[in-house]
Design a protein around this ligand. Structure first.
Ligand code: CA
Length: 550
């Protein structure tokens, strides 16, 4: 009986607060399904359907981007290899999560499952589909307001690419003492050949070496070559003409290994090459480096570089969630913003937690589900665009070997179920924290949390586009209070980044000229059914909760 009364009370409180504030909430119910939690779930459903604030989707390049590793994402034809038609079949799923852009890792013909060694930049790998499938994908994305970013691997090709095949055949044919000539073989200048053996170079023929910084199967392109730049110009034109909205640039620090200045110079050329063809095209670069280093790359004019400082096992987000100081989250957002905007006033930060090269966040932060929820929210609240690696919305695990980080998307529990892929490893690894199917049936799931958090990004443009101020007097080891300002409008974000209950006194803080007592709760993200309690200017916040106020 007592449980029923409590449940009813909670339901009434939630409905009242939603009617007053119209909040977007996420996360109800503890991990055990009790009667209380079911009641809370009903209340959440009622609120979301009746009181969700209007979305405020702006057609610019600040987006929520869903990263797809096609081999492992969704199979449409029963060969257990993910494909373009599989991606098309999941666009509604992606849209329903609130994402309005996708980045697909390479889809060009290639001898590997990951396809980062391209043999033809103008085609689609036959295991993924055809050019016609890709054209359909672009159209189906655009029909849903989703932008599509193509992965552009320009540091190297496959050694099976016809350019390298011709170049290496020619170099092998050279007689001792003969120098290569681009007049005899134009492709010889597409790559870097030398008689000197250096680190990251492999032998070809009896006395020559070629640069291949990753491995011998990936010869580095000579990006100084005018002919190579003409090829790149053609490739970019080909796909922009088909309708892609932007590019993700692979391995930009390796363009000229160890030479940031030359890398930035090349990116400046490439940025202009792309934007001259399509002014609003979006470019994001993989500059796998610390913030001070990658901030310099913004001088190139490229819109975004992935924020590696906050991401991965050793980054700010994971460090804080393992017990680090919460207030550093705020101060680092401010210092990163200042650094990148000083180099390019149009810079768009690119927050994420993991990607196909990094251990998934669920492995980095074992234990409480609240940490996984908070990790995604922290990546979203940095500002700029937000990237989610497929499967992180359900807390998939995977670390160690690259193949483990690229496991089959867990749509359903049956490995032979609809859309399921075989994946790229034969090892048996437990990848789930619950499948998509099971989490869609559980309002307390990470899946629902991500959906609600993305909804907040789509409701309040301040989150992605605003400038951040840290309210220092309210922030401490476990709590950080951010004010985001965009177009003169302010949003207060109070984050309890710990498992403990924290009381936050907002006295003296003003938002949009309002005093604390007049603040309205416009959104809440919760780990469990435990609600945030607001009393005047004081918030009592359960562990891993976030309150949004205006
Ligand atoms: Ca397939």
């Amino acid at each position: 009986m007592k449980k029923r009364v409590l449940a009813l009370l909670l339901l009434v409180c939630m409905l009242c607060s939603s009617l007053l504030t119209g909040c977007v909430n996420a996360g109800t119910g503890g991990s055990e399904q009790t009667e209380d939690n079911y009641a809370a779930t009903d209340a959440l459903d009622a609120m979301q359907h009746v009181n969700t604030q209007e979305l405020n989707i702006i057609d610019d390049n600040y987006r929520n981007v869903y990263e797809i590793f096609p081999y492992s994402f969704c199979d449409s034809n029963g060969d257990k290899i993910g494909d373009i038609q599989g991606i098309i079949s999941k666009l509604d799923y992606i849209k329903d999560l609130g994402f309005n852009a996708i980045w697909i890792t390479p889809v060009h013909p290639s001898p590997t499952y990951h396809k980062y060694d391209v043999t033809d930049y103008y085609d689609i790998d036959s295991s993924f589909g055809t050019i016609a499938d890709y054209e359909q994908l672009i159209k189906e994305c655009h029909d849903r307001g989703i932008d599509i970013y193509m992965d552009l691997v320009l540091n190297h090709t496959s050694n099976s690419h016809s350019w390298f095949q011709e170049a290496s055949r020619y170099v092998r044919s050279l007689l001792p003492g003969e120098e290569p000539s681009a007049e005899e073989c134009p492709y010889v200048e597409y790559y870097n050949f030398s008689k000197e053996q250096k680190s990251g170079w492999s032998k070809v023929g009896s006395e020559w070496y070629y640069e291949c910084q990753f491995w011998s199967g990936m010869p580095d392109l000579n990006l100084d070559s005018e002919a190579v730049r003409k090829e790149i110009d053609n490739i970019v034109s080909f796909w922009l003409d088909k309708g892609v909205d932007g590019f993700r640039l692979d391995a930009v620090t390796s363009y000229y290994t160890g030479n940031n200045e030359k890398n930035i110079e090349f990116l400046t050329w490439l940025n202009k090459c792309i934007k001259d063809k399509k002014a609003d095209a979006y470019i994001v670069g993989e500059c796998w480096a610390d913030c001070v280093t990658y901030s310099n790359y913004y001088e190139s004019g490229v819109d975004s570089f992935f924020n590696f400082d906050f991401a991965t096992n050793s980054g700010t987000i994971a460090t804080i969630l393992r017990g680090g100081n919460a207030s550093t989250y705020g101060s680092k957002i401010v210092s990163t913003f200042d650094l990148i905007k000083a180099k390019n006033e149009n810079a768009i930060d690119a927050g994420f937690t993991s990607n196909h090269d990094n251990g998934r966040v669920a492995g980095t932060l074992p234990g409480a589900k609240g940490k996984l929820k908070m990790a995604q929210a922290m990546a979203m609240m940095i500002g700029g665009s937000y990237y989610l690696y497929y499967g992180d919305e359900i807390g998939m695990k995977g670390s160690g070997d690259d193949e483990n980080k690229r496991a089959p998307m867990q749509w359903v529990a049956d490995p032979f179920g609809q859309g399921m892929c075989k994946g790229c490893t034969t090892k048996v690894i437990e990848h789930t924290n619950g499948t998509v199917e099971s989490q869609q049936a559980d309002k307390n799931s990470l899946y629902y949390y991500v959906q609600q958090a993305v909804k907040l990004r789509n409701t309040f443009p301040e989150i992605a586009r605003g400038e951040t101020t840290v309210i220092e007097e309210c922030s401490n080891e476990e709590v950080v209070v951010l004010k985001k300002t965009y177009n003169g409008d302010e949003l207060l974000i109070v984050m309890n980044i710990s498992e403990n209950v924290n009381t936050v006194d907002l006295s003296g803080v003003s938002v949009n000229g309002k005093e604390t007592g007049d603040f309205k709760v416009v959104g809440t993200l919760l780990d469990t059914a435990e609600m945030v309690k607001k009393d005047g200017s004081t918030l009592e916040m359960p562990g891993y909760s976030i309150e949004f106020l205006k």
